[in-house]
Design a protein around this ligand. Structure first.
Ligand SMILES: NC(=O)c1ccc[n+]([C@@H]2O[C@H](COP(=O)([O-])OP(=O)(O)OC[C@H]3O[C@@H](n4cnc5c(N)ncnc54)[C@H](OP(=O)(O)O)[C@@H]3O)[C@@H](O)[C@H]2O)c1
Length: 274
């Protein structure tokens, strides 16, 4: 693990480096995505998460190109993730994502969730790597070792990342321990439990106690716990104060006993039931 000004990063099994903290763009439309992505890059984020499903790749791409033009970061310094659906025509979906983002290549492309034809979709991602359109590939919403193995067993490129729901109440440590054997990293969506659930986690007595102890917000305590526990975290927000606050987690670290206090909050309780 290397340290840099923009926070910790992890070297993936693909050889590329991925920041531990990123900005999630689900629910942002093109205009909001452009504005918030630019702002996120300005305050220091270097990982941006989008998906075909979010219908905001055009805005995300605009925000990134705007930041590059303004000298905030180079393309090489920004790690861009998108996702394609399971189904037919995965090669066309990959091309459409790159066209909409207008960035020449994507750093990480994921299958958004398991489903019809996902082995073929994964093979399309592998072709994308071979042709230079994609640098690293992975999967999302594969929450058991068995689900991971389904893809790993047909893969010529082992998934670099699995993006799953993950927060203090749903830690799924067994999956993290299993996929570590293959150098695969877990990336956490819903780090705060997602819209409508955030107060359930922010008002947890342990999280509140730690926020007071470290003079940080509950959101900052949760994100710090996630990256110290080895997860990549991608909090989403449309509020610039929150976007900046969520990046301000590199000036403190949680003591081992406090990491453990959060570890024992796990209820294996998912907030999403898709
Ligand atoms: N692969 C998948 O299937 C999948 C599924 C869901 C999400 N994702 C990705 O993961 C990202 C994160 O998930 P999410 O955005 O749905 O949920 P989340 O990050 O757990 O929570 C977002 C909510 O937290 C609030 N929030 C953010 N920072 C805050 C702060 N510092 N203080 C108080 N409230 C704060 C936001 O409100 P404000 O807007 O008011 O800040 C919003 O209501 C998404 O944006 C997306 O990129 C992937």
């Amino acid at each position: 693990m290397s340290k840099n000004f923009f926070g910790d990063s992890v070297t993936l099994n693909s050889g590329y480096t991925m920041p531990y903290l990123g900005f999630g763009t689900w629910t942002l439309d093109d205009d909001a995505a452009e504005d918030c992505v630019y702002f996120a890059l300005k305050v220091g984020y270097r990982l941006i998460d989008t998906a075909r499903y979010y219908r905001n790749e055009v805005g995300v791409g605009r925000g990134i190109r705007w930041a590059i033009q303004d000298g905030i970061a180079t393309r090489e310094e920004i790690f861009v993730t998108s996702k394609i659906m399971p189904g037919n025509s995965p090669d066309a979906a990959i091309n459409a994502a790159i066209r909409d983002l207008n960035l020449n290549y994507v750093d990480l492309m994921l299958i958004h969730w398991s489903g019809y034809n996902d082995a073929e979709v994964y093979r399309a991602l592998e072709r994308g790597v071979k042709s230079g359109k994609i640098r690293s590939i992975g999967i999302s919403n594969y929450s058991t070792p068995r689900a991971f193995d389904k893809i790993k067993n047909i893969a010529t490129i082992v998934p670099a990342v699995i993006q799953n729901e993950n927060h203090p109440y749903y830690q799924n440590e067994n999956l993290q321990a299993y996929v570590k054997n293959f150098g695969t990293i877990i990336e956490a969506w819903y780090p705060f439990g997602g819209r409508g659930n955030t107060q359930k986690i922010f008002s947890d007595a342990t999280i509140k106690m730690l926020a007071k102890k470290y003079s940080k917000s509950p959101a900052q305590i949760i994100l710090r716990w996630q990256i110290q526990a080895g997860y990549v975290a991608i909090p989403g927000s449309s509020n610039k104060n929150h976007i900046a606050e969520n990046f301000n987690i590199f000036d403190f670290s949680l003591a081992a006993e406090d990491m453990n206090l959060i570890r024992v909050l796990n209820k294996n309780r998912s907030f999403e039931n898709w």
